[in-house]
Design a protein around this ligand. Structure first.
Ligand SMILES: Cc1cc2nc3c(=O)[nH]c(=O)nc-3n(C[C@H](O)[C@H](O)[C@H](O)COP(=O)(O)OP(=O)(O)OC[C@H]3O[C@@H](n4cnc5c(N)ncnc54)[C@H](O)[C@@H]3O)c2cc1C
Length: 468
């Protein structure tokens, strides 16, 4: 049985990553407590981009419809804000687009999903420290100025870039500090650019504008003239001046709020686990939001971690060991994070290269993406998250295959949704499994990739192929 606990898993932080890991754990029958420092969810959206792999994950749990109904679908995306767009329509996925959708709305849907799975967020509780003891973690939590403790078998730190859980577990956060900064503000634009000019790269830097549902814009620049002044204090007037320098106009900028800057520091936790403490999302990695990948990467961490942790909890209930199961989390997700950090660094180097040399470098890169469909597709696959392949076996993520089962057409992701975070064995062409399918009938691109081969397809709870 082990020492007493208040929860099997304590999730710290109810951002998108905390909500997802907690929902998966609740669905797997784990006793979860979620604590969140903020009394209310933030209405303000940092991000907008939901990538195809994340939509696939949501679809496999029945959460995608709410996003797909309202999000704006973009058939192309960018690498380093270049004009040669990445063609997402060529991606082998049922969701071949970037979904633009304010992060606040995504977070609301994920918290509602968590509630449907039986979990709730305990707000106004800040974690300030933790101790690992034999068989449990004792976490210090402050509510209304009063400190108490919560004990759990495992703790997941989803508490963002300045993670108190990471700090409490003594896990380092390594990488580069800011060497450049980009001013940003939420503004009214009386004369906004047309959509094809929302992203502009020129000799003096990059300007970009993200339209919000209320008609305002988040504007930002990579302004070669001032980008290395990392200690600059930005004002609305300075943002306007920067827009004029880079884009040649302030687009009729009116009232501005949330004037700040975003730096290019890129850091990753030295370990994703220390004993019974695990990290996911921004607590494990941060980078400049180029390409809109941070939340996506974090949700994909959560999806990988939750079934492992549910397995560890069950193993511990049965007096079995669980180390190997949790070691797999770091082995699979740390390299995925490293790859995103590397891509973001490469993009930052491209946009920050100055003068005629920078123009030439970007032009060469544009020519590569624009003139070589296979290079374009490779970058689209990388950013979309669909080509993450875990080491040690097949490791690919399984697409939403259309199966023929008892003469009926069935979508694989509908089966996964019904089963929840469990392994699913699909016997294609006969044999024994949880599902016996006569054959895989589509999509065509999946058949072309070999997904229709007869045999046993074992799908892990996170939707990747298992070699078991
Ligand atoms: C300008 C900008 C644009 C971005 N655009 C995109 C985009 O388009 N697409 C994308 O995928 N990503 C984007 N990102 C990144 C994305 O916002 C983050 O990666 C994402 O929010 C990380 O989610 P998280 O749940 O790990 O952390 P967070 O969203 O930071 O949530 C952490 C939660 O933990 C809580 N917390 C913190 N400390 C404690 C504590 N001690 N105790 C209890 N609770 C605590 C916080 O209150 C918070 O609710 C962008 C980021 C920025 C800055």
């Amino acid at each position: 049985m082990g020492p007493s606990v208040d929860a099997e898993v304590l999730v710290v932080g109810a951002g998108p990553v905390g909500c997802w890991v907690a929902a998966e754990l609740c669905a797997a029958g784990v006793r979860v407590v979620v604590v969140e420092a903020r009394r209310e969810r933030v209405g303000w959206s940092r991000g907008f981009v939901v990538h195809p792999r994340t939509v696939e994950i949501f679809q496999s749990r029945g959460v995608a419809a709410g996003l797909l109904a309202v999000g704006r679908r973009l058939p192309t995306w960018h690498f380093a804000m270049g004009a040669s767009r990445l063609d997402f329509t060529a991606l082998p996925t049922s969701f071949p687009f970037v979904l633009l959708q304010p992060q606040a709305h995504t977070e609301q849907l994920l918290e509602e999903h968590l509630n449907r799975c039986g979990g709730e967020v305990l707000r106004g509780r800040s974690v300030v420290g933790l101790e690992q003891e034999a068989g449990r973690v004792v976490v210090r939590v402050v509510e209304d100025g009063v400190e108490g403790v919560v004990a759990a078998r495992f703790v997941v730190g989803c508490d963002g870039a300045h993670s108190a859980v990471r700090e409490g577990a003594g896990i380092g956060f390594s990488g580069n500090v800011d060497s450049m900064v980009c001013p940003t503000a939420l503004v009214e634009l009386a004369d906004p650019p047309p959509p094809e000019r929302y992203m502009q790269t020129g000799e003096r830097g990059v300007f970009f504008a993200i339209p919000l549902p209320d008609g305002r814009f988040v504007v930002s620049t990579v302004d070669h003239a001032v980008m290395n002044d990392v200690s600059a204090v930005w004002t609305a007037e300075a943002v306007r001046e920067s827009m004029v320098r880079v884009a040649g106009t302030d687009y009729g900028m009116g009232a501005a709020e949330r004037v700040s800057s975003i730096g290019n520091s890129a850091k990753q936790a030295d370990r994703y686990r220390d004993g019974r403490v695990l990290l996911a999302g921004d607590a494990a990695h941060v980078h400049f939001p180029m390409g809109g990948q941070g939340m996506n990467l974090g949700i994909q961490d959560a999806h990988n971690l939750a079934w492992r942790l549910a397995g560890a909890v069950r193993a511990e209930r049965d007096g079995l060991s669980w180390d190997g199961l949790l070691d797999g989390y770091e082995a699979e997700r740390r390299p995925a994070g490293e790859r995103v950090l590397e891509d973001v660094r490469a993009q930052m180097a491209l946009v920050a290269a100055t003068g005629a040399d920078g123009v030439a470098l970007r032009a060469r890169f544009e020519a590569l993406l624009g003139g070589h469909p296979e290079v374009n597709l490779e970058y689209a696959r990388r950013l979309s998250g669909i080509d993450v392949r875990y080491p040690g076996g097949d490791g690919r993520r399984v697409p939403d295959l259309e199966l023929e089962v008892d003469g009926e057409r069935v979508q694989l992701y509908d089966l996964l949704r019904r089963v929840g975070p469990e392994f699913v064995r699909v016997a294609v062409g006969g044999g024994s499994g949880d599902v016996v399918a006569e054959r895989v009938v589509g999509p065509q691109w999946a058949l072309a990739e070999g997904w229709g081969a007869p045999g046993l397809l074992v799908v892990r709870p996170d939707g990747h192929v298992s070699d078991e």
